[in-house]
Structures are given as structure tokens and as C-alpha cells.
Design a protein around this ligand. Sequence first.
Ligand SMILES: [Fe+2]
Length: 240
Amino acid sequence: MSNARSDSPKGEKRMSKDAFFSTPIYFTDLAGAQALNAQLKKDIREWRRQDPQGTVRSNVAQAGAWHSATDMHTRAEFRALTLEIFEMVQGIYNDLGYDPDYEPVCDSMWANINPRHAYNRHHTHPHALWSGVYYVQTPDDCGLLYFTDPRPQTQVLTPYFDPRRRHPDTWNEVFYQPQEGRLIVFPGWLVHAVHPNLSTAEGDAGERISVSFNFYQIRRDSPVRNPHRKEVVVGDLEPQ
Ligand SMILES: [Fe+2]
């Protein structure tokens, strides 16, 4: 884990700098993603065939846009991806020093198929400590993932920067290029959006396909689960 303090910030006077209240965004590229994604594309499209209505959330309805039901983490055909996501989230809990008596619990996971012009408005994920996205299919120009500075006070007076020396600590917006096989996990309270899919690829190849999810904590020895949520811990996913 990196230290928030640096002892030689770029300045003429010798001083130290603390950088508290950070907004961590974690990402990893899954090994074996090509085979995993080939199977996911088949299974997600089959799911859409069986449930063409899906669900409407922050996705802006376009002809052909589809948001699945939110029980993806309970479905056996998606277990391989779900296990990868649990492993990533447990790693984050370890990195941040969360109480080991509590483990990651997922209450919602869903697939998105976004055709040309589909996008997601600015939103957060209520009741989630950590949320994220996994990219299954990302044609060129399929839309950037966009995060904004969660501290609105910083916009009251914005300084002029030398663009050659500007430090990422001072950015007030960040864009991630979607990449097949990449898993990105961010705080559920962090405002984000997805730009329109402007792919010019024909047919199915022009669709952006992604998987989203929400996590929080539950006591490892908890005998009860919230009856209003589809809570799943990693032990529920072990192959029988
Ligand atoms: Fe989101």
C-alpha cells in the first residue's frame, strides 16, 4: 500500500505533503479473458433471448439496449466470473484493512448490452460499498467510463495549472477506456457515467457488453441474510 505522505513534493521550499481522503479505483486484467468472454457472450445473449424486457436503470433506452435482471451472481453459468469478482473485492478489503470478521457480500450483479448511441447517465450505486464493471465486448469508440471529483467544493475556484506538471491528485475528471477482460472496481458512492457507444461495427460486433455489480460487508459467522436482498458470499459459490 502506498503512503499518503511524500517528503519531496515539487516545490522550492522543502516540505512534506499528506494526501488524505483519496478515492481509490482498482483495476485488473483477467487471465484467460478471451475464452471467458466468448462463453459470456453466448450466455448473456441467451439470457436476453429468454428475458427480452430485462430491467431499466441508469441506462438510457435505445433500440436494442438491454439491462438484465440483477441476480446474475446467483446463476451457475456465470460462476467463473462471479468468483473472479469476489477475489478482486476481497483483495480490496485486505488492502484497505477492513475487519477480517467481515467478508464481501454481493447483492446484485447484472449484464448490459448497449448498442450504438446507448449510454448511462451520471449515477451512484446506493447501498454499495464497492461497485464495478467487467468488460466482455468493447468495440472501438464504444464509450468511455467517466468519473468526476466527488468533492464539489473543489469546483468553487479552480486554479490554473501548468499541463506539463499537473499531478493526478488534482484531476477533477477521469476517463477509462473500456478494454475486454478488464475488471474495474470503485466506491459505490463515486459518481460515474458511460459515454455513448459510437462504434461503427455492424450488428452484434458493435455492441458494448459489460457486467456490473455491487458489494458490501457481512459478518462471516452471520446466521441471517437480508430477506429483501439476494445476498451471496464466496462460500455460496464453491462448486458442489
Ligand atoms: Fe454504475
